[in-house]
Design a protein around this ligand. Structure first.
Ligand SMILES: [Zn+2]
Length: 148
């Protein structure tokens, strides 16, 4: 999220700005490969966002939002619907899934269907949530130990 917000993700456009030779086109559709394109605008990406199982009073991220930071801020207001099984934000996990999808397509020429990208993002969210310490674990860990 931090790399995206600061425009530090190694997109082809950013690599060119840093002096690397090569084209700046998206390997899927030929548009300029910038963060907004990879995460919100490219062909199948729009489908992934449209399929998200959440209450989306602000519309899909691929629509009216103009920057990654805006999309991130809007994501805090999103409410997951029951198939997700978590109240934590799905947004970062979808972004991660889309970046992995971009890399698989760019370097291995693999196509991942939008439902599979979304399913993987949901699984990663659940896995991350299960790995978080419970509130009782956190309070036990943070309690100071008295000398004996
Ligand atoms: Zn594209």
């Amino acid at each position: 999220m931090w790399c995206c917000a600061l425009n530090n993700l190694p997109t082809r456009n950013n690599l060119r700005k840093r002096g690397l030779q090569g084209h700046t086109s998206c390997s899927k559709c030929g548009a300029e490969e910038i963060i907004k394109h990879i995460l919100f605008q490219c062909e199948t990406i729009v489908e992934v966002w449209d399929m998200c199982p959440w209450l989306a009073p602000l519309g899909s991220p691929s629509g009216s939002v103009s920057t990654f930071k805006e999309s991130l801020q809007h994501s805090f207001a999103r409410v997951n619907l029951p198939p997700v099984g978590s109240s934590a934000s799905l947004f970062p996990w979808i972004c991660w899934g889309l970046w992995i999808n971009r890399n698989l397509h760019t370097f291995e020429n693999k196509q991942t269907p939008p439902p599979e990208i979304l399913s993987c993002a949901t699984a990663l969210l659940r896995e991350w949530e299960a790995a978080q310490p419970s509130s009782s674990d956190r309070s036990r860990t943070l309690s100071p130990q008295l000398p004996t």
